[in-house]
Design a protein around this ligand. Structure first.
Ligand code: GDP
Length: 301
């Protein structure tokens, strides 16, 4: 996770430490290296430009008396600005006043929606909640079966419904969702995680279906599941979903395979929605809440 960016940033700090005294020229050189490190890590250009400008403004005026050496001051400024771009605080999880709170999982096919639905259910169980899972992907029986397997493996409640012989369309999607919400309430479940159908690309049919589910279920969370390894493509998809659905947060999956970190560092700035969790492997417990300061400490080494 973030190995490339971390190595490159460390190198630019090392160069700075090698200088006898810090001049505006040294700072400009370091900023150039930081900019390059961010761009090579596939961070969105607008994010890079803003970050570097903020760092520049603070670094140029930072030669005031402090316990930190000039280089350490710059390291601290970079640290703070990276935390800012990630959203500073750990995101809270919204709940509705009337149970069950509905969590709508959105995203493209293969992004990790089903795996992450299971991870989230397990995390909620450990936090003392009683989640129920439902897949409303009526188009792919294999997708619904995959969620059933995941639910069994973590011993979580699942609403399967009986949809045999029904035409696979949005009406059926909404019927299943409505039934699942009723079942969750009857069963005393306080959270309903709705795994939705993904597509290979964003199309109006997918967006209409998601908008219909949003209207029907009034979810307390709409989480966009983004495959971190797809970098800026994930950021662009998150933006498209957010423009139509107003997501409440993002979950970045496959962070274990993402050495660059471009999606992680861009998604908050581009969508305005915080990253809430990270997926760090295929197993149900390879999942962690997103803490901006801890992540930045990892990047800064
Ligand atoms: P969906 O089509 O969006 O429901 O995606 P799936 O949940 O089926 O996941 C697609 C693939 O990504 C599966 O092989 C998962 O095991 C894998 N996957 C999901 N999350 C992670 C993760 O955090 N790390 C790794 N390494 N693989 C993941």
């Amino acid at each position: 996770m973030f190995e490339n960016l971390s190595d490159k940033l460390q190198r630019s700090f090392k160069n700075l430490r090698g200088q006898g005294s810090i001049t505006d020229e040294n700072i400009s050189d370091a900023l150039r290296e930081i900019r390059l490190a961010l761009l090579e890590s596939d961070v969105n250009l607008a994010v890079v430009t803003e970050l570097v400008e903020h760092i520049r403004a603070r670094a140029m005026g930072s030669q005031v008396a402090t316990a930190l050496s000039p280089t350490e001051q710059i390291v601290k400024i970079v640290h703070d600005e990276l935390v800012n771009v990630l959203g500073k605080d750990t995101a809270r999880f919204q709940k509705s006043s009337q149970p069950p709170s509905v969590i709508l999982m959105a995203g493209l096919q293969g992004s990790g929606k089903t795996t992450t639905s299971g991870k989230l259910a397990q995390w909620l169980k450990k936090a003392g909640h009683r989640p129920m899972l439902v897949s409303v992907d009526v188009y792919r029986p294999a997708a619904r079966e995959q969620l059933a397997i995941v639910a069994r493996s973590i011993n979580a409640n699942l609403y399967e419904g009986d949809i045999k012989g029904e035409p696979a369309d949005s009406r059926l999607v909404e019927r299943l969702a409505r039934e699942a919400r009723r079942e969750a309430a009857n069963f005393g479940c306080d959270m309903l995680i709705v795994d939705t159908a993904g597509r290979n690309h964003i199309d109006s049919e997918l967006m209409d279906e998601m908008a219909g589910l949003k209207k029907l279920l009034s979810p307390s969370e709409i989480l966009f599941i983004a495959d971190a390894m797809t970098g800026q493509d994930a950021v662009n998809s998150a933006k498209a979903f957010n423009d139509r659905l107003t997501i409440t947060g993002a979950i970045l999956t496959k962070m274990d395979g993402d050495a660059r970190g471009g999606a992680a560092l861009s998604i908050r700035h581009v969508t305005g929605a915080p990253i809430k969790f990270l997926g760090t492997g295929e197993k149900p417990d390879a999942f962690e809440p997103f803490h901006p300061d801890r992540i930045v400490s990892r990047i800064m080494g």
